[in-house]
Design a protein around this ligand. Sequence first.
Ligand code: BES
Ligand code: ZN
Length: 638
Amino acid sequence: MSVSLIIYLFASKYFIMKFTQNIICLLVLTIGSCGPLEKERKPLDTDLATDAHSYANFNEVRVNHILLDLETDFDKKTLSGWAELSISNYSEARELILDTRDLKIDSVKLDDESLTKYTLGEASDVFGQPLKISIQPTNKSVKVYYSTSPESAALQWLAPEQTFSKKHPFLFSQSQAILARSWVPCQDGPGVKFTYDAKIKTDPSLIALMSAENKTEKSSDGIYTFQMTQPISSYLLAITIGDLDYQSTGRNSGVFAEPDMLAKSVWELQSMQSMIDSAEQLYGQYAWEQYDVVILPPSFPFGGMENPRLTFATPTIIAGDRSLVSLIAHELAHSWSGNLVTNETWNDFWLNEGFTVYFEQRIMEKIFGKPYEEMLTKLGMGDLVNTISELEEEGKSADTHLYLDLEGRDPDDGLTDVAYEKGRFFLQVVENEVGRERFDAFLKDYFDKNKFNPMSTTEFIDQLYSNLLQTDEERLAVDAESWIFGPGLPENVPVPFSKELDRVEEDIAKFDHNLIDASQIDTGGYTTHHWLYLLRGLKKMTPEKMSEMDKAYKLSETGNSEIACDWFKHAIEQNYKPAYPYMEEFLIRVGRRKFLSPLYERLAQTEDNKKWALEVYKKARPGYHAVSYNSIGEILEL
Ligand code: BES
Ligand code: ZN
C-alpha cells in the first residue's frame, strides 16, 4: 500500500466519523436537545459516547451527585452503609443501570422513601454485574444499601505488619480504570461526572482521607465528612485510612505519611509547591484549591494515582536523593489533563496520559532545567521503542495506535507506554511544528474551554484543527492521523538528544567491548537517570561482569527501586545468583506492578527461575493488591 493511500484511508475514516457525528448532531438539533450550548450542558446531555466497559445507561439517566455513608470493618475487611445517587432522567427511563462488582446489595430506595425492585445481572470477572433498578421518571434519587466484599478489587486492607510503623491497620483504594464499582455502585465510565459528599466512620486511632476536601488531623469519634464540589469521574473516587500525619509544604500543598515516614517524605517532596506554581504558569489556574500527596505503604500497585486534591503515591519514590520526583509532576499535571479534561472512554486513554507526560516534562524542565528533562525524554523514548517492538512481536500492532479498541477487553490492556510516550512525542511534534508559544496558548485554552468535560479523540482532533493547525501545510507536517490511528512511530518522530546520556553511551560501548572494566565506568556525577540509562543500554552482560559491577557499586543492595528493578532484570537474564536474595526481598516488600511484571515475566522463562518465582510469589501474594496479583497470576499461569 502506498503512503498516500494509507493517509487517504486514515483521513477518510476520520472524515466519515466526523460526518456521521455532524449528521447525528443535526438530527438532534432539530428536535431541540443539542446545540451551541452543548459545552455548558454536558452533564445533562445525552451525547456521551457508548462505553464498552460500563453497563450503565448514562445516556438515559445520568447520576450527577453521590452521597456516601459508610462504616469500615477492618476485621471483616468491608465497607458497609449506603450510597444515595441523585439522578437526572431525561428520557423517561424506567430503569437505572449501575455498575457493581462483588457488592452485596441489601435494598434500594427511591427518593429516600419507598423500596423498589432491583436485579443483578450476570457476573463477569472483569466488568462485574449490572445492577438494574426500577425507577419512575419523576424520581430524583436512588439509595443503595450495600456492603463491599473482602475481595473488592479496588480495596486493599492491610494488616499492621504491612505498614511502615507496623502498629495500625491500613486501607486504600485504587479505582482506575474500572474498579470503583467494587466499592461504590455507580455509573463507572470516565465520561460521567458527578460531585460527591461522604461520611466515613472508622477507628478513632486512624484518619480517613478521600479525593475531596480533607481534615489534616484525626477526629476523636472516628467520623469524617467530605465534600467534593467539583464534578469528577468515578475512577477518581478514592479513600485511604491509616495512621497518617500531615505537614504543609507551602501555600496550597502538603504531605500525609505515616508518622515515622513524614519528615523523610516532606524532605523528598520539597519541590511540590514550586511544581504547582510552574504548572499554573504554563497552563492556567489549579482548579482544585489544595494539592496534597499521601505516601502509601509499599503494596500500592502503582507509582502514583492522580486522585483529585490528594495524589496517592508509592513509597518507592522516597529514594533519599529527590531523584524520583518527576512522578509527582506527573500526578500533579493530571489535575489539568485527566481530572479537568477527561478521556471520554478508555479508548481515549492517551488523552489523559500522553498530555500528562508532555506536561510533566514541561514542569520538570522549568524546575530542574533542560538537561534533566532531556534525560527523562530520552529514557522515555527507550521505553517506547521497546514496548512497540514487543507489541509488534506479539501480533498486537493495533495496541500501538494512540486511539485504542478495547472493546470486550480489560481497559488495563491499554495501559502501555504507547498512551504515555507515543502520546507525548506526538504532542512534541505539534509543538515543534507551530512553536512553543502557539502550542502553549492552544493548550491553556484547551484546558479552560473543556474543563469538567469529557474529551474524545475525534473532538480533540477537531479542536486541534480548528484552533491550531489551520493550514494544510501544518496538518500534513504533523500527520495527526498516522500518529493517532496508525501503528508504531511515524517518520516525523522526534529524536531525543541528551548530552548527559551521550557520556553514558560512550561507557556502554567501551564496557560492552571489554575496553574497560566495571570500576572504570566514569560514574562520577551519575544520577539515578544515568544509572538507568547505563543498565538499560548494557547488551553484553555476563555473570562475571555483574559480579564486578556489584563489587564496585553495590547494585544488588541499592535502595533505589528503579535502579534495583533494572539491575534485577540483568540478574535474571544472567542467572546471577548473588542478587537473588535481594530480589526476593524486593518482590515481597514492593507491590508496584511496574516493577513486578517485568521481573516475573523474565523469571517465568526458564524452569528453574519459574520454580523460584512461584515460591517467592507464594510468600508475596498476601501482600499484593488485586491489581498486581491478578497480573502476576496470569504471568505465572495460575
Ligand atoms: N493514572 C495513572 C495510573 C493508572 C493508569 C492506574 C491506568 C490505572 C489505570 C497514573 O497517573 C500513572 O500514570 N502512574 C504511573 C507513574 C507515571 C510517572 C508514569 C505509575 O504508576 O507508574
Ligand atoms: Zn498518569
